[in-house]
Ligand binder design. Structure first.
Ligand SMILES: *Cc1c(COP(=O)(O)O)cnc(C)c1O
Length: 349
């Protein structure tokens, strides 16, 4: 049923990728006169005069060690945003193909589709912000190339039911992209162990959230080797700069610290949710498996303004479907969370 060849855009299938200097020569050499670089160095304490590894092997070896996925099944993007954009460019012919997204969800799926002139079909989440599996599958047509599933979902915070995701994986012959940006905070198991089971599966993760590296722009993508090859073919040759690669490798040594932070964030989330429950202006706090939670309040705009007047900024998601009067609150440090609660105690609605 799944045939990768039929999903690829014609121009991408025919594409002869750019071949860089770092690409063409792989043997042993000590004098590099092949890439028009500055031979002396950089006006910096560290040298950045040489082009970086186009495939980020050191970073991928660290990811393999931590995630247990072979390096050949990993692609690294300049943030998840690049992975999303490349998926559109590999699979979706502008003005012809379409994708399915399930709002309320991460905004970049739609923006990236709009940029690529690809139709977005929206199948809203249903009770408990879960997938409308029948609605999704009945929206699929001959030109549907991608289905985006965000789990845990942003901005609602909940996991999608695993069985629902599996039904979609089993019944859709296009690509299913599961965005696991918040998986470190979740009780649910990742899908990256299922790559051999589902040839149409692409899993995205990121070093921007739990790993604390948002500024380095390291978005991760796991898929079959055939799909990873397509990402490598279409990406800009040096999409991950060398500073990000080196710092990423260094950061990935420190799993213990990240695990500690993650545990603290989850504990702090429970505490914050409990405290929030005491306020009469908080109507609903939605269950969260992420490092934020969504809450429905009496007047989201007023509360947002009160908080920002006091230099605390949260996200107003009221315009998202099913999210009227909802604010999304990221878990801060214990001190910041305390500060938020004290501020709310003085809130006169
Ligand atoms: C934050 C977030 C990302 C991460 O994006 P990066 O470009 O990797 O920083 C991806 N997906 C979702 C749903 C997010 O909320």
């Amino acid at each position: 049923m799944f045939d990768l060849d039929t999903l690829i855009r014609k121009n991408i299938k025919a594409l002869k990728p750019y071949s860089s200097a770092r690409h063409e020569f792989t043997g042993k050499a000590s004098v590099f006169l092949d890439a028009n670089e500055n031979p002396f160095g950089s006006p910096l304490p560290e040298k950045f005069n040489r082009y970086p590894d186009p495939y980020q092997w050191q970073l991928k070896f660290q990811l393999t060690r931590i995630k247990g996925v072979p390096a050949e099944n990993i692609f690294v993007g300049n943030g998840s945003d690049e992975v999303i954009d490349l998926a559109y460019r590999i699979f979706c012919t502008p003005g012809v193909d379409n994708v399915i997204v399930c709002p309320p969800t991460y905004g970049m799926y739609e923006v990236s589709g709009d940029i690529n002139d690809v139709e977005i079909k929206k199948v809203n989440l249903i009770d408990g912000f879960q997938l409308d599996v029948e609605g999704v599958l009945s929206s699929v047509d001959a030109n549907t190339k991608l289905i985006f599933i965000c789990s845990p979902n942003n901005p609602t915070g909940n996991n999608m039911r695993r069985e629902d995701i599996e039904v979609i994986l089993n019944n859709f012959s296009g690509i299913v992209i599961i965005d696991e940006a918040y998986i470190n905070f979740s009780k649910q198991k990742t899908f990256i162990q299922e790559l051999t089971e589902y040839p149409n599966l692409v899993v995205m993760q990121t070093l921007s959230k739990a790993w604390g590296l948002a500024a380095l722009r390291l978005g991760l993508c796991y898929a079959s080797m055939d799909i990873i090859d397509l990402f490598n073919k279409v990406k800009p040759p040096y999409n991950i700069n060398d500073a990000s690669q080196q710092l990423g490798v260094e950061a990935l040594q420190n799993t213990d610290l990240v695990n500690e932070w993650t545990t603290t964030v989850v504990q702090q989330k429970e505490w914050l949710i409990k405290e929030m429950g005491n306020f009469t202006f908080v109507e609903t706090i939605y269950p969260s498996d992420a490092n934020f939670f969504l809450m429905k309040v009496k007047d989201a705009a007023a509360l947002y303004t009160y908080l920002s007047d006091n230099e605390v900024v949260v996200r107003n998601r009221s315009k998202d479907p099913g999210c009227s009067n909802c604010l999304r609150v990221t878990i801060g440090t214990p001190e910041e969370n305390q500060q938020l609660i004290e501020l709310l105690k003085n809130y006169n609605q």
